[in-house]
Design a protein around this ligand. Sequence first.
Ligand code: SF4
Length: 498
Amino acid sequence: MPNLSKSRFVSGAQCEKKLFFDVNRKDLKPPVSTQKQALFDAGHAIGFLAQQMFQGGLDATSEMNGNWSLAIDRTKSWIQKGQQTIYEAAFSIPSGFAALDILHNQNGERWAIEVKSSTSVKEYHLNDAAFQYFVMNNAGFNPDRFFLMHINKQYVRNGNIDVQNLFHLEEITQQVLERQSWVSATHQRLVQMLVNGSEPQVAIGKHCSDPFSCDYQHHCWKHLPDNNVFNLYSPSGKDWQLYGAGVLAIDDIPVEFPLNHRQQLQVEGAKFQQSYFDKQAINEFVSQFIAPLHFFDFETVNPVLPVLDGTRPFQQIPFQYSLHVSDINGNIQDHFEFLPDPSAFKIGLSMEEDPRYQLIQQLKSNIAQTGSIVAYNASFEIGRLKDLAASFPQEEAFLQSLIDRFVDLLIPFKKAWFYLPEMGGSASIKSVLPAIDPQFSYADLKVNNGGDASSIYLAGINGMFQEEWTSTREALLRYCKRDSEGMVVVYRALKGLY
Ligand code: SF4
């Protein structure tokens, strides 16, 4: 009889075929990415911290070395002996298994508590919890009340983490009870599918990314051509409409199919290798730039557990910038960068020691008092400067003077004033830059996206670097430099100078 754990139940509830692959086709599972590993690590840290809300418990999984039957026996015996709090309490039924973060006895009531490192209760959390309740109930240990403990996004760190304020306990007993008949039917269906042993026939659909992006898309979606309808720019449902009508390739989209201007350019680009330039709009756009030009890019971390005093969970904190300075024709005159050792991010710092304050001081010497500041998707950089102004009010006037000078290089691509077929369905600089100059792809870089840069640096802050700092630092500097230098290349293309 197959034994469904909570994670397998959740997998199967999203898609039966996904569960089948989890169990029978481990060869299809891609390796865990840097960003996913960082999420797992953060989840473990949060789970451990949450135990402080209910202190003095016993951990059913300690020293069990993968022996879940030991954890199940311990849980049963500790409950019978009246143990008030049990961490990782484990329960089983003939074809199901669940471990609960915290089981707590509160004034004679049995509380089940599941910890989540998100800032609100999501629909899939309720389904998770409903499965745990189902297993506990059928194992003879039904909880009186069920809670999710999630992160309070208003919490501001000041010194050691204050767990009472970091976490928010939200009761979900009613929602869990309402889902029991659904859990029972789904559990039965999934177990039966695994007993049958044949791969379920499930077509691709919106469930492939809801609630989670499925690991097996590389397999199930491989019948699609490279340039397919799911690459359509901002599709708003047109991708599934076309796919449902049997249209797979972008260049097979019928002429009568309604598309907006940007999507039309993409289809014509795919069919006829046609580029598009709205010269008047581009000229008006570049005419607002004032020399010297400052091409500016931040990298940030947004840790669930704040790493500096005065910051909130998931707050975006800049740790790095790259700045290229050029004349009005995009001739580079200077390059500046900021990237402190990750050990600089810790609690108990004076204002002068705070790496964000040092970043502001360096900006003062790197950015001239006049001239445009250019960013790609400038609202992100502006948002971080506003956060810095809120944390360092004495610097507000300087930071606001920077904000007032920003120009967003994304606009000509978002508004489709400049289009090359190689850009496909994306206006991101990762697509625009190599389309303009293939030498500036990101493929040669060891760190080649912002998510990885963030995860790697955060691992450094948390003392969990996989590699030594000198080479990691070099890789981070190269990545951020590519973004700001890339903006100069893009700007020169807009000016017709590239
Ligand atoms: S890619 Fe889609 S169809 Fe394939 S297993 Fe995943 S969710 Fe199911």
